[in-house]
Design a protein around this ligand. Structure first.
Ligand SMILES: *Cc1c(COP(=O)(O)O)cnc(C)c1O
Length: 352
């Protein structure tokens, strides 16, 4: 009944999406603020007749909007059903085992090894430095490689690599293998590497609507890179599903990306709350890694991460814990609204 391939799958486990109980949900890095009000307006007036036809398989309009926003050519943009799908296509298009292992940090987005297993790609996890930052020299010292992937800022640590260091890394890495930078969290305080795609034809930058644009529900992600890389992603898409992004989601994505002022505003609030939470936790004796994302990764000496997770859950606060060697004592806490963050700090003071 089942294929051998299916029997060998080891799927990614997403953070809990609670259905019954009301939690303060700080476990999957969703944005606590609504998307641009223009999205609400669009939905009010949306003509259902537009759903009769298939969507544009080339995503022409959205690619133009993204290209305008990032000062690149629409030919340098690919769109997919969430950046998870863009990543899955990129793994298929660029990485294999013939050229060596795919390299990524030991503690990083746990979907990467899942895609590797799915596509039959060998990989090597490179240890983080003592301060939990990514060790870029590891990417250079690993010999023959099929490519490099890492999120910037990294997840679940939240730690950022500065653009100058990325540029230096790109100069040193082989030009014939793809370097994929997953910028799911870059808008919360980092500088995008998209400015380098003209110079480095092997650089692919992937972004998502799910975090800073507050649209995890529509499932839109995109990649930016040299036209040849983008063409390869289209070839993979059209070998799998010609229409991964629907008419309504594409329309929402177009209108949202244009409302820069609104998103700058909510991003500013999230950054402020992040700094407040970091300060408050530090004052209570917690260690908080320096984060440039919409979450913090924190631990308290003498407490196990699972225990923190359990006790907060009992009190109605959902955070994320990874049962993984090396980071077991940490919890990852998404930055919520000011009220959510205050409530959490109060509760932590009370129970720990
Ligand atoms: C959230 C996240 C994604 C997935 O984004 P979607 O567009 O919702 O699929 C990709 N990479 C990292 C590092 C993430 O944290």
């Amino acid at each position: 009944m089942f294929s051998e391939r299916m029997k060998n799958l080891s799927p990614y486990v997403p953070g809990e999406q609670p259905r019954n109980r009301k939690f303060v949900k700080l476990n999957t890095n969703e944005n606590p603020y609504p998307p641009s009000p223009d999205v609400q307006e669009l939905l009010k007036g949306f003509d259902a007749g537009k759903l009769r036809l298939y969507p544009d398989p080339l995503f022409t309009d959205l690619r133009q909007v993204i290209a305008d926003r990032y000062h690149i050519d629409p030919k340098q943009v690919f769109v997919g059903n969430g950046s998870d799908e863009v990543l899955a296509f990129a793994f298929y298009a660029f990485f294999d085992s013939i050229n060596g292992d795919l390299l990524f940090p030991e503690h990083t987005y746990s979907f990467y090894p899942v895609y590797c297993d799915f596509h039959g790609i060998n990989y090597k996890k490179l240890p983080l430095k003592g301060d939990f930052s990514i060790d870029l020299s590891g990417f250079l010292a690993s010999g023959k490689t099929s490519g490099v992937i890492f999120p910037n800022p990294n997840a679940p640590t939240g730690m950022l690599i500065e653009l100058a260091a990325i540029e230096e890394l790109m100069e040193k890495l082989p030009k014939d293998r793809v370097v994929l930078i997953d910028e799911a969290y870059i808008d919360f305080g980092g500088e995008s590497a998209v400015s380098l795609i003209g110079r480095f034809k092997n650089l692919l930058v992937v972004k998502t609507y799910s975090k800073s644009l507050s649209l995890a529900g529509i499932r839109i992600g995109f990649a930016m890179g040299d036209e040849k890389l983008i063409d390869a992603l289209f070839a993979v898409k059209d070998s799998f599903n010609s229409y991964p992004a629907d008419v309504l989601s594409l329309a929402i994505a177009e209108i949202a990306m244009k409302d820069v002022a609104y998103y700058d505003g909510i991003t500013e609030r999230i950054i402020k709350s992040r700094e407040t939470l970091t300060r408050e936790l530090a004052a209570l004796g917690w260690e908080v890694l320096p984060s440039k994302a919409n979450f913090v990764f924190a631990r308290k000496e003498g407490l196990d991460g699972r225990e923190i997770y359990d006790r907060l859950r009992e009190e109605g606060f959902l955070v994320r814990h990874f049962n993984t060697d090396g980071i077991r004592d940490f919890v990852r806490i998404t930055i919520g609204t000011e009220e959510m963050t205050e409530g959490l700090t109060r509760k932590i003071k009370e129970i720990f």
